[in-house]
Each structure stands twice: as C-alpha cells, then as structure tokens.
Design a protein around this ligand. Structure first.
Ligand code: SF4
Ligand code: SF4
Ligand code: SF4
Length: 289
C-alpha cells in the first residue's frame, strides 16, 4: 500500500472516497483556472525544467550514476506532491493507480462528479499523433475541456450520463485497455483513463525506469488451472508481460511481480479461467504496489 493510499483512503481505496471528486475541493484550490492553464499548455509541461531537469532524454539521465538517482527522486517527489497545487506548468500531485472494471464502475456510479465527459487521450496524441476518445473526465475538468476544442472527440456527443460512461469504459476495457484513476492534481480526482502501453505517459516511466508514476491495482490475477485449456488467448492481451506460456506443460505461467491487476486478461479467456483476488491476500509479495 502506498503512502497516499494509507493517508487519504483510510488504508483502503483512496479512489472510492467521494470527497476527492467534490467541486468543493476544486474550488478551494481554484482548479478551474489551474487546469485550463495546464491543459492549454499540455505539450510544454514535459519539456519545462523542474530543479534543473526535464523529461527530455530521461532514459539517458536515469542511467547516469548519482545524477540518475537524483532525477528519479526529483520526478517522484513532484508527482507525489501533496502540497496545494500552485504551478500549472508542473505535473505536481499527478499520481494514479490501475483499477479493474469493477472498481471503475463503482467510481462512475457513486463518486464521479458531474458533468462527465469523454475526451481525446493526450498520451496517444503526443506519441502516435492519433485522436482516440477514451479518457473519462469529471467535474471542473469536464467544464474546461469544453473550452479546448482539440480535446473534444469528433462526434456529436461527448457529454455522458453515468450509464453511458460505464458503457464506454467497459468497451475500452474489453478492448484490452488498462483502467487507471488519477489525482490531477492532488487532492482532486478528475480522470478515469483507459491506457495503452507504451503510449501512456504514466505507465511508461514506471515500466521503463521504475518511477512510481502509477501504482498497481489492489488486486492480482488468480487463475483456475483446472479450467485453463492453454489456448494462449490471454498471453498477448497482458500489456505488462505478466503472462507467459510453458510449451512443455502447455499451460500459461504467471509472473506475479509483474501483474498490475488490471483484469483485462479476463475478457480474453473464453473458459472463464481468470479471476482477480485482493493483492494483500497473496503471501510473499510484500509491498509490491
Ligand atoms: S493516462 Fe492513459 S488514457 Fe489518460 S491520457 Fe494518458 S494514456 Fe491516455
Ligand atoms: S485464455 Fe484462459 S484458457 Fe486460454 S490460456 Fe489464458 S487462462 Fe488458459
Ligand atoms: S496478468 Fe495481471 S497485469 Fe496482466 S492482464 Fe491479467 S491482471 Fe492485468
């Protein structure tokens, strides 16, 4: 369990605390103006320097002895900041966690502030130049997107009812996209994403450089070996490479340390042999978030 979860989710799921979605929080920190400024200048944020460093050539900087450790520490400190947000040109307090479909539905049904919209994913746009509507936003974040045409999907309706939001998220999840929920910035939750690796600017630093930009979900995959036929349909669906295949045994193998508990492998399994179970029920994983 990460410090943020312990401190702001009463030791449970921070993202099921409706307080973090409230307009009251957004207003307390003047987030309407903050987010408008931030999203107007979205592309610039990664190239702006913070304490002498930016994300340009990040891999090279991280491989340098001493400097690499400083860069990693600086990046994590910025992303994990719980100070009141002040500078819209920094991704401070922007930390996320993977969520499976069930928890995303609970967020959409009980916590998300209205209005709810779907906007184009900026990570995919910046890395592949494609516009794909798969980020679901809440509250004041939805209001500011109305003022930023490039985020608005090319379809008539991007304002969603709760039911439509659940349907859209389910569609993305069944495609194999990874559900993730984000503080943006802390303590305000306004983004339920459907991510793909390596495009996702949250998942990539975690997988490539071990930067805690996103946490694993509260769950872990739990296969039923009696039901598994070894068809391998789930192997390529796992974006974290947690599922392998043993050709001699003709069975899948699982690397539990790699499993982020996104649950999307379950959609690929026609035998219904894959489940999720709470991460803390697995002995020997320790604080493997
Ligand atoms: S976090 Fe995920 S869905 Fe959100 S903008 Fe990035 S890749 Fe897109
Ligand atoms: S998709 Fe299901 S049946 Fe096929 S290998 Fe994976 S767990 Fe086994
Ligand atoms: S094995 Fe784990 S990380 Fe991979 S798809 Fe399944 S739940 Fe997600």
């Amino acid at each position: 369990m990460c410090d943020l979860c312990m401190k702001h989710g009463a030791g449970g799921k921070w993202y099921l605390n409706a307080e973090h979605y409230s307009n009251r929080i957004a207003e307390r920190y003047n987030l309407r103006d903050f987010l408008l400024e931030q999203y107007k200048n979205f592309e610039q944020i990664s190239i702006r320097k913070f304490r002498g460093f930016n994300a340009v050539g990040l891999g090279y900087k991280l491989r340098m002895p001493i400097i690499g450790r400083i860069v990693k520490h600086t990046a994590e400190k910025l992303l994990h900041s719980t100070n009141p947000p002040t500078n819209p040109f920094r991704p401070e307090g922007h930390i996320g966690q993977v969520v499976p479909l069930e928890d995303a539905v609970a967020i959409l049904e009980t916590c998300a502030a209205e209005p709810i919209i779907e906007k184009n994913c900026m990570c995919r746009y910046m890395s592949r130049g494609i516009k794909e509507a798969c980020c679901i936003n809440f509250g004041v974040m939805s209001e500011i997107v109305d003022k930023l045409p490039r985020f608005i999907p090319e379809k008539d309706k991007y304002h969603l009812t709760r039911r439509q939001a659940v349907e859209r998220f389910t569609e993305h999840n069944k495609k194999g996209y990874i559900g993730s929920i984000w503080f943006g910035p802390f303590p305000y939750i306004n983004n339920l994403c459907s991510c793909a690796s390596p495009e996702c600017a949250g998942i990539r630093p975690r997988l490539d450089y071990g930067i805690k930009s996103i946490y694993k979900s509260e769950y872990i995959v739990d296969p039923d070996p009696d039901k598994c036929t070894g068809c391998r349909a789930c192997v390529s669906v796992c974006q974290f490479k947690a599922i392998g295949y043993d050709h001699a045994l003709k069975r899948i193998t699982l690397d539990y340390k790699k499993c982020f508990g996104c649950g999307v492998c379950r959609h690929a399994c026609k035998q219904e042999a894959l489940f999720l179970k709470p991460r803390d029920e697995v002995h020997g994983l320790g604080k493997n978030y």
